[in-house]
Design a protein around this ligand. Structure first.
Ligand code: 3ON
Ligand code: FE
Length: 488
């Protein structure tokens, strides 16, 4: 007899949370080896190093961190040379990492809720920030820098990834100054030469935004600061040839539970849906005042790109309906994806003359970690690459790479589901072919079925071809944040 279902069965999901959560196991080991298990072939023209950063430790001697963003920065370097690839990873020897590893216990409070043992009394009035150097890794001006947005960068030895120490960028940063984890390289921003543009924030009842522009030697070209009303939680920004663009998310900050040792600072950030998101446009001439444009509330971590078109600025950003507030005392490995709003791609258009702001949902699929061809930073562009969910609707872990062609509207999706979980797709331009999508997408994929990670190389001009090569590592790399490519 056929049994008719009278209630909906579990809808088939592209992922299983238990399998996904394996990617948030710590990786305490440091490796150094030639990658031997390779499917397909590494392109002969792909020569250089993929650098990745992200939280590598999610616990200290069994004491769990409250949130992955609190985890110590672990750098991976995958060096490609003449069809071969070498893997190396090292922890950034921050003061906090070294001391906690010696003590084998948590000695610092994390911004996202990690507490020292002993309850609120042990944490109250401890305002020390542990600089965990876990968010991005960048080679600039002959320095390899591990970045974390609330403090100075750490410099590392490029060949070995050994930590040199905190770096003030040739005296540009003063003690206690921050240097955000989201620099842009403006391909022609310094009289036709590239320059690095990054920012720092000092926040409180009002906030000071400082922009730094550095030449290829790491020398300061410009520094300009502006004060804006209100608290700021700004993780990323966008640039165009004439402007820096910041999204001031509508959040408030209540310092009391933080001061009393009950919550991490990040857990005291509250989304304010009735307030606007302020788009702050700062001229790069270093003198003119910012203009501020309100737009309906949303929370933005990452911007894909921005460009100028006559009197208007277009900004492509990944926007959430609300800030994914950190639930105190919840286990991040047990997250209910369905209960959170997905990040979705929006295009914001700001007319600097009429002051009109428009916004349009351009990609409803859950996505994160946008990336464009480095020559197109701040300029009109055609192709966008992002991590994306396997399914076209709903919130879910990133299992696919999505390519958008703005000219034709075509979407290409390469999915690693059901066992694969992707990271930021890094676009590496082809050394000879100048076409905007000629090159490769490099992404580290956590393979839950083997509890190890693969480095996947895709042909950026045609994701439908599937991986050009898949390099099996001997171990997993915990889910990472950002990285970069350094060509040979
Ligand atoms: O007290 C203030 C508030 C605050 C939150 C000031 C402050 C500067 C101390 C501060 C600190 C902010 C920090 C340290 C933010 C760090 C963020 C970070 C490490 C990562 C952000 C990641 C964002 C996303 C969207 C990650 C997505 C990940 C996945 C889709 C899964 O792999
Ligand atoms: Fe980021």
């Amino acid at each position: 007899i056929a049994v008719k279902e009278t209630f909906p069965v579990n809808p088939q999901k592209a992922y299983q949370r238990e399998a996904w959560s394996g990617g948030y196991e710590s990786q305490p080991n440091e490796y150094d080896y030639w990658i031997e298990e390779i499917e397909g072939e590494i392109p002969a023209e792909l020569n250089g190093t993929l650098l990745r950063n992200g939280p590598g430790l999610l616990e200290v001697n069994g004491q769990q961190l409250a949130h992955p963003f609190d985890g110590d920065g672990m750098i991976s370097a995958i060096a490609f040379s003449q069809g071969r690839a070498h893997y190396r990873n090292r922890y950034v020897r921050t003061e906090g990492y070294v001391k906690e590893q010696q003590a084998q216990k948590i000695l610092y409070r994390g911004v996202f809720g990690t507490q020292k043992a002993g309850g609120w009394l042990a944490n109250a009035f401890d305002f020390k920030l542990k600089n965990i150097a876990n968010t991005n890794i960048l080679y600039w001006g002959d320095k390899l820098l591990a970045l974390w947005e609330a403090a100075q960068p750490h410099s590392l030895k490029p060949q070995t990834l050994d930590t040199i120490g905190l770096d003030d960028l040739q005296g540009i940063l003063e003690e206690g100054d921050a240097f955000a984890a989201h620099p842009w390289i403006d391909p022609r921003g310094n009289d036709g030469e590239p320059c690095l543009v990054n920012f720092s924030i000092k926040t409180g009842l009002s906030s000071t935004l400082t922009v730094f522009e550095l030449d290829t030697q790491g020398k300061l070209l410009k520094r300009y600061s502006h004060s804006v009303p209100g608290f700021c939680f700004i993780h990323d920004f966008a640039i165009t040839p004439h402007y820096c663009i910041f999204f001031q998310n509508p959040v408030s900050f209540n310092p009391v539970p933080f001061a009393l040792g009950m919550r991490g600072a990040g857990e005291c950030v509250k989304f304010q849906p009735q307030q606007p998101t302020n788009i702050i446009v700062i001229p790069r001439n270093g003198k003119d005042k910012p203009q501020i444009f309100p737009t309906p509330a949303g929370f933005v971590f990452h911007h894909a790109n921005a460009f100028e078109s006559g009197e208007t600025l277009c900004i492509d950003s990944i926007c959430y309906d609300s800030f994914p507030e950190v639930e105190p005392d919840s286990d991040f490995r047990q997250v209910d994806f369905d209960a959170l709003s997905p990040g979705q791609l929006w295009r914001f258009t700001v007319n600097l003359t009429s002051q009109m702001v428009q916004r349009e949902l351009t990609e409803p699929r859950c996505c994160e970690f946008p990336y464009v061809h480095p020559d197109k930073a701040g300029l009109p562009y055609r192709y966008l690459f992002m991590g994306a969910a396997h399914e076209s609707t709903g919130n879910a872990p990133l299992q696919a790479i999505l390519k958008i062609d703005w000219e034709t509207g075509e979407r290409q999706l390469w999915s690693a589901a059901p066992q694969g979980y992707v990271s930021e797709p890094i676009f590496v331009p082809h050394p000879q072919n100048p076409a905007e999508d000629a090159g490769w997408i490099l992404t580290v994929v956590y393979d839950a079925s083997h509890h190890r990670s693969d480095v996947v190389i895709l042909d950026a001009s045609d994701l439908n071809r599937g991986p050009v090569a898949r390099l099996h590592l001997k171990h997993h790399i915990p889910y990472g944040l950002h990285g970069s490519w350094v060509s040979e």
